[in-house]
Design a protein around this ligand. Structure first.
Ligand code: COA
Length: 300
């Protein structure tokens, strides 16, 4: 079986993805047929050639540039994902082996910092990954003025509101603060992402002045995880579009983002020892990670 299809089948089973859906619909960045700059590590059944033998375990990585919030300069980091072991072969160390080989390959390329998202903290701790960074959530209903939901809020003349992907989004996303530096190939898969609910406000000539993306399939349900706006009123206005359909949804962000838009965050989300970490990271100090942010689609 061709590698792309074999990997899709393996990931669909491991996660598990509901029948008729695909892991690559929610995580297109790991789809080998997209020919992005991704490295794969696989474990196959004994004696099999890669590509033809059944996959037992997989892990993938891509190298991206992260732009710290304090302006200290872009850094190259490895983002790891698609870590999955066939349920029949679990707890034999296969995922650990695949991830550690991936880490070794990244280090050979001089990429000493790696990031991943996964609930299995023990597995990753043994490989040197620690919870790092900070994230906070604020209910959308706290950001959108209550009276707008009752009486509505008109847009100023010349602005239009829309949904779904629009080409102006990629330019607007390049203007956001923090996150990974988007390349041309990112524009290709981002625009093809089918599991994200986009809302935006644009000028008549298509410049996006506010955007908010909610959900990404099996991950980040009920969360607005990609967002930015020229000002806080436009941000509240675009979020209002989501609030009607998703009354309990929340906005996910770094404390600095909330501060910038004048949004109040519960102090317990920022100070408590049980606060939510941004990701599991390797080779990154807590201080450095505190200046990092990954938007919802960066994390893949
Ligand atoms: C998570 C997953 C990849 C682990 O694969 P695996 O090949 O069984 O992992 P390993 O055998 O290398 O496990 C190493 C250690 O992690 C622990 N571990 C494995 N799965 C775990 C889980 N779900 N929660 C907590 N610990 C876990 C194991 O107990 C083992 O510890 P030990 O060495 O002290 O006994 C596999 O369960 C899977 O495919 N899950 C579904 C997909 C997924 O959620 N992927 C992660 C998101 S990126």
């Amino acid at each position: 079986m061709e590698f792309g299809r074999a990997l899709e089948k393996h990931l669909n089973q491991a996660f598990p993805v509901p029948d008729g859906e695909s892991f690559f619909r929610d995580f297109p960045v790991w789809d080998p047929t997209r020919k992005l700059d991704v490295i794969y590590e696989i474990e196959t059944e004994a004696g099999g050639e890669s590509g033809s033998a059944a996959l037992m375990a997989t892990a993938a990585a891509r190298v991206v540039r992260i732009r710290p919030l304090d302006g200290s300069g872009d850094r190259k980091v490895g983002i790891i994902g698609a870590v999955a072991t066939d349920p029949r072969y679990r707890n034999q160390g296969l995922a650990s082996r695949a991830v550690s080989r991936l880490v070794a390959r990244l280090e050979e390329q001089g990429i000493r910092q790696q990031v991943l998202w996964g609930g299995e903290a023990d597995l990753y701790k043994a490989l040197g990954f620690e919870p790092r960074g900070v994230q906070a959530r604020v209910p959308l209903r706290r950001v959108v003025p209550a009276e707008w939901m009752v009486r509505g809020c008109a847009l100023v003349d010349g602005l239009k509101i829309g949904s779904g992907w629009t080409p102006g989004l990629i330019e607007a996303m390049r203007g956001r603060v923090g996150g990974i530096v988007l390349s041309e190939s990112d524009a290709e898969w981002l625009s093809a992402h089918q599991a994200v609910e986009w809302r935006w406000i644009a000028t008549a000539d298509g410049r996006v002045v506010a955007y908010a993306a909610l959900g990404r399939g099996i991950d980040l349900p009920n969360l607005v995880h990609e967002w930015w706006a020229d000002d806080s009123r436009l941000l509240a206005r675009v979020l209002m579009e989501h609030l009607g359909n998703h009354p309990t949804s929340e906005l996910l962000g770094h404390p600095a983002h909330f501060a910038r838009f004048g949004i109040w965050v519960e102090p317990t989300q920022l100070d408590s020892p049980t606060r939510e970490a941004l990701a599991l990271m390797r080779g990154v100090t807590e201080k450095e990670a505190g200046q990092w942010w990954f938007w919802g689609l960066d994390s893949a």
